[in-house]
Design a protein around this ligand. Structure first.
Ligand SMILES: Cc1cc2nc3c(=O)[nH]c(=O)nc-3n(C[C@H](O)[C@H](O)[C@H](O)COP(=O)(O)O)c2cc1C
Length: 346
């Protein structure tokens, strides 16, 4: 049964409020501090020539950056998504929209995208649906979600810890792999599988191979933590609140999950997110082998301040990435990835 609009809106707003609270951030656990890029004292290139363009499924894109999927389907979401989409179009970033679950039950919800497309017709948008919804939904309906925002690709997110700790959650993952395989077979656009801050194990990454998936965003532990967020939505005496405290450090770090993914050389591209908080963090993940790098919480924070704040944040991350390329002596991202320019921190 789908909850009513008021309950849905309240939940989404609680999520935003709690995601911005420091206590729901797994700061220091991403593994990024354990990686160091190697300084090049004589780069033999000009900073102005450093190129941060990247590849998305064989097309060239201006940056490897993605505003990770966040919110959708309620009044406040429209403004947030409009702000992010306009900024993404301007800076050439990708943008994942938040879960389109509501749209499965209410066609009206698609209006949000019509409004956004008028303002940002060229933005590269990625659709989003939860794996537990995908299992129950025919591919034609998922296609409808993607069409409504003219999506480049569809992201399917997985979030078992969140579903089990959320009072309204749907912890029903039986049939996941068949559902993913079916979607990849039946949809003509790329399918991306993504965690939401707990990462993927080697075993799961291996099982995602040969299903037709185009990319996996490992979205690891080290940033926004949905166990912590859902815990705080419950009464302190409740089972869910107490369990969330026990599971507050549950997950596989962003760096560990990325290293595992790269070691498998899978048939899908590897994207990384989860606790990425600077262009230097992004450079480390690119050096380790990720193709696209996602930022969620910091972009929500700036979107709530307005378009100027988002653009400033984006320009800072781009500058930091360029600085990391320059100071490792790499003229572009391909060079960063072809050479070993990182080492474990001492
Ligand atoms: C307010 C908020 C809402 C989110 N909603 C979604 C969602 O609807 N779908 C999804 O795939 N991920 C969602 N996420 C997870 C992010 O895309 C990302 O995987 C996670 O927050 C880790 O990145 P971060 O540490 O940069 O925040 C959400 C994150 C935030 C902060």
């Amino acid at each position: 049964m789908i909850e009513n609009t008021q309950q849905f809106t309240q939940r989404k707003q609680e999520h935003i409020r709690l995601a911005l609270d420091d206590s729901t951030q797994a700061n220091g656990f991403s593994g990024l501090d354990s990686i160091q890029l190697i300084h090049e004292a004589i780069p033999d290139l000009d900073f102005s020539k450093v190129d941060i363009s990247s590849q998305l499924f064989n097309q060239s894109i201006a940056t490897p950056f993605l505003v990770s999927s966040m919110t959708a389907g309620h009044d406040a979401a429209v403004k947030i998504n409009e702000t992010l989409a306009i900024a993404c179009q301007q800076r050439g970033w990708l943008m994942g929209v938040g879960s389109q679950r509501r749209q499965l039950f209410e066609n009206e919800a698609a209006k949000e995208w019509q409004a956004i497309r008028k303002l940002a017709p060229q933005a590269k948008l990625l659709g989003n649906i939860g794996l537990t919804q995908l299992i129950l939904t025919p591919s034609a309906q998922i296609q409808r979600l993607a069409d409504s925002l003219a999506a480049e690709a569809m992201i399917v997110h997985t979030n078992p810890l969140q579903e089990v700790l959320q009072a309204e959650g749907t912890p029903h993952f039986k049939g996941s792999y068949q559902a993913i395989e079916r979607l990849c077979r039946e949809l003509p656009i790329p399918i991306i599988i993504k965690e939401t801050g707990c990462g993927f194990s080697k075993q799961t990454l291996l099982r995602l191979n040969n299903l037709g998936v185009s990319a996996v965003d490992i979205s690891g532990f080290g940033g926004t933590h949905w166990g912590r967020i859902e815990g705080l939505r419950n009464e302190p005496q409740s089972q869910r609140f107490k369990a969330a405290q026990v599971f507050k450090n549950w997950g596989i770090s962003t760096v560990q999950s990325l290293l595992d993914a790269v070691s498998l050389t899978p048939d899908y591209a590897i994207w990384a997110s989860g606790g990425v908080r600077s262009g230097l963090d992004a450079a480390k993940l690119l050096a380790l082998g990720a193709q696209v790098i996602g930022f969620a919480k910091p972009m929500m924070e700036s979107a709530l301040q307005g378009i100027e704040a988002v653009l400033k944040q984006m320009e800072l991350y781009e500058f930091e990435l360029k600085t990391a390329l320059f100071c490792t002596g790499c003229k572009d991202i391909a060079t960063l990835q072809e050479n070993i320019v990182w080492q474990p921190s001492k």
